[in-house]
Design a protein around this ligand. Structure first.
Ligand SMILES: NC(=O)c1ccc[n+]([C@@H]2O[C@H](COP(=O)([O-])OP(=O)(O)OC[C@H]3O[C@@H](n4cnc5c(N)ncnc54)[C@H](O)[C@@H]3O)[C@@H](O)[C@H]2O)c1
Ligand SMILES: CC(C)[C@H](C(=O)O)[C@@H](O)C(=O)O
Ligand SMILES: [Mg+2]
Length: 357
């Protein structure tokens, strides 16, 4: 089985290195092949998603991705910016379903900024549509404002849109996921204001007819943001569009103690996938050896489960993560008094050791 390893920028290489060590310490042999992506792709080949990198991602059985981006590339033309690499991979590989599980490990109840009783036992799944919405809608750009009070001035604009097929397929993914859990699905929209999301709500309601055993409710995104912080455990599965899902999943990350704990799987219709932590390249801590590698290690576990059919190995990694947390080991983002502060590599060492024991 071939895995494309795309470390990217900032803390990407540091955290992916630890996930690769974990994969290599399993009693399975994987063919791992690395390629530059993001700013690293731009530096090596003049493009954030070099042809060879895309080819490797397409032919591999799964992709393990770190993170891309750095402030120093923010002045480049948009097609050359590092973020285009992850957007291009998602689009080219048709990875329309993004699963972001927000699970609070009991040992981290005190690491969240929320009260322990609000978050303890948290286990929710955010399903984010990943290849549509305002992220990819055309037209977009900066133009001369054609009408209204600002006519003649420059204006920036983007297009929010969803085709029926795009909504139906992500709704099916969400209902099927809910079916395997507590059978409750919340569809998050902004139907009170946006045509796109009234349409979203209507289509999700229609797909629901095929899943009478799942309870569906609808919530506006502003309320959902509030409810996620007020009473997050009331949710089971959340399904939403690309932009709302981006925002809500970062908020949900803090319920788990740190964004460094939130893994993700981005899947196509056949469960081929790209696996990455939900966070970014964290340029503020890059190169310091303090980044939390657990979201990436847990993403590798998701890869084994969803794309490589190795659920047992995935379970082993997740148990090893639980073990190191129970041992009291913490990177600075999840550190609290009475625990032991470790760096990125030491955390990786501990997971590898826990796997062997
Ligand atoms: N999928 C991706 O590759 C991805 C995702 C999000 C942001 N980005 C890019 O990353 C760059 C930085 O963006 P940002 O600062 O808004 O978001 P970020 O997620 O990179 O960082 C936000 C904050 O969380 C901290 N953080 C993130 N991951 C951490 C980890 N594993 N351990 C400990 N702390 C961690 C950072 O230090 C920072 O303080 C930008 O160029 C952005 O476009 C990339
Ligand atoms: C880097 C950026 C393009 C990306 C997104 O907005 O999807 C990131 O924030 C994420 O959550 O994966
Ligand atoms: Mg994001």
């Amino acid at each position: 089985m071939k895995i494309a390893i795309l470390p990217g920028d900032g803390i990407g290489p540091e955290i992916v290195e630890q996930a690769v060590r974990v994969l290599n310490s399993l009693d399975e042999k994987f063919e791992l092949e690395s390629a530059p992506v993001g700013g690293a792709g731009y530096e090596a080949h003049g493009h954030p998603l070099p042809e060879g990198t895309l080819k490797l991602a397409k032919e591999a059985d799964a992709v393990l991705f770190g993170a891309v981006g750095d402030w120093k590339y923010d002045k480049l033309d948009r097609p050359l910016r590092p973020e285009q690499a992850i957007l291009g991979l998602r689009k080219n590989l048709n990875l329309f379903a993004n699963l972001r599980p927000a699970i609070l490990y009991p040992e981290l109840a005190g690491a969240s900024t929320l009260k322990p009783e609000v978050v303890s036992g948290l286990d929710i799944l955010i399903i984010r549509e990943l290849t549509g919405d305002i992220y990819f809608g055309q037209p977009r750009g900066v133009r001369e404002c054609p009408d209204g009070p600002f006519k003649g001035e420059r204006e920036g604009f983007d297009t929010m849109r969803y085709a029926e097929t795009e909504i139906r397929r992500i709704a099916h993914v969400a209902f099927q996921a809910a079916r395997k859990r507590d059978k409750r699905l919340t569809s998050v929209d902004k139907a009170n204001v946006l045509e796109t999301f009234q349409f979203w709500k209507d289509i999700v309601t229609d797909v629901h007819k095929e899943y009478p055993d799942v309870a569906l409710d609808h919530m506006y995104v502003d309320n959902a943001a509030m409810q996620l912080v007020r009473a997050p455990k009331k949710f089971d599965v959340i399904v939403t569009g690309n932009m709302f899902g981006d925002i809500l999943s970062d908020a949900a990350a803090m319920l788990t103690g740190s964004i460094g704990m939130l893994p993700s799987a981005s899947l196509d219709a056949n469960n081929k996938g790209l696996y990455e932590p939900s966070h970014g390249s964290a340029p503020d801590i890059a190169g310091k050896g303090v980044a939390n590698p657990l979201a990436t290690i847990l993403s590798a576990a998701m890869m084994l489960r969803f794309s490589l059919n190795k659920a047992e190995q995935a379970d082993r990694i997740e148990s090893a993560v639980k073990k190191v947390l129970a041992q009291g080991l913490r990177t600075p983002d999840i550190y609290e008094d009475g625990t032991t502060k470790v760096g990125t590599k030491e955390m990786g060492d501990a997971v590898v050791k826990a796997l062997a024991s």
